[in-house]
Write a protein that binds this ligand. Structure first.
Ligand SMILES: [Zn+2]
Length: 61
């Protein structure tokens, strides 16, 4: 199980990926950045990192 500090570069990179890798529109569910069907691999990985980071934040609190 991988846990990340919420302030780490890994998490800020994940946030940036989620900002750029998202569907073009409601009608066009392909990624605006890489063109894969959303959620693309990058967005999926970024969400997993965010989920791990939020778990780490809760357990550290
Ligand atoms: Zn993408």
């Amino acid at each position: 199980m991988y846990l990340f500090d919420a302030d780490s570069i890994v998490v800020s990179t994940a946030n940036e990926l989620l900002r750029t890798h998202r569907p073009v529109s409601v009608e066009d569910q392909s990624c605006a950045n890489c063109g894969q069907p959303a959620p693309c691999d990058a967005a999926t990985n970024a969400r997993q990192i965010q989920a791990a980071a939020s778990l780490a934040g809760e357990s550290a609190g």
